[in-house]
Design a protein around this ligand. Sequence first.
Ligand SMILES: [Zn+2]
Ligand SMILES: [Zn+2]
Length: 183
Amino acid sequence: MAAPEKKLVRSKSGLRMVTVDDDETSPFLLMEPPWVPDNECDCCQSCRGKFDFLRRRKHHCRRCGRCFCDNCCKTKVALPRMCFIDPVRHCATCADTTKKENEFFDKHVKTLVNGGQFMLSGKDQSDIESQFLCKLSSDHRFLNFEAESDKYESIQVSNLESLQIMANSRDDEGMSLTFYSLK
Ligand SMILES: [Zn+2]
Ligand SMILES: [Zn+2]
């Protein structure tokens, strides 16, 4: 499968590299939040320090869009889920979330792209759960069945409710991790 065509766009938060075709966006994509308007915040939403023009200026967290002082919003973290090219400003709470997510992507999503065991089940209680060896496509949009590709069609990741990664003996023992709930 060819890599989707991408283009560079500039938003108020920074430069982003996005797919040209909306249908080809990653299911993990996060939309940029609306920014809390300047006139609605006169103090930092974390330390409550009052803003002024010189000593305490306003900054927006790129992930949640809330308004903070420099001190409460100074961490710059890569935010690939919003397609930013450079690390962007985060508040403390969002910095934590993004760092955990980045770890998750670095470790587990890479494993999935190489192929992993999935327990798949349907929406109804009566649907049977089965274990399959699947591979996540490099653009993260499809889950392909490795061994039984003739029997099953690829699953569109954006249609999944939730996903768990089974324990991997080579890696972490007995780990069962809840994948992002995509709906
Ligand atoms: Zn503050
Ligand atoms: Zn935030």
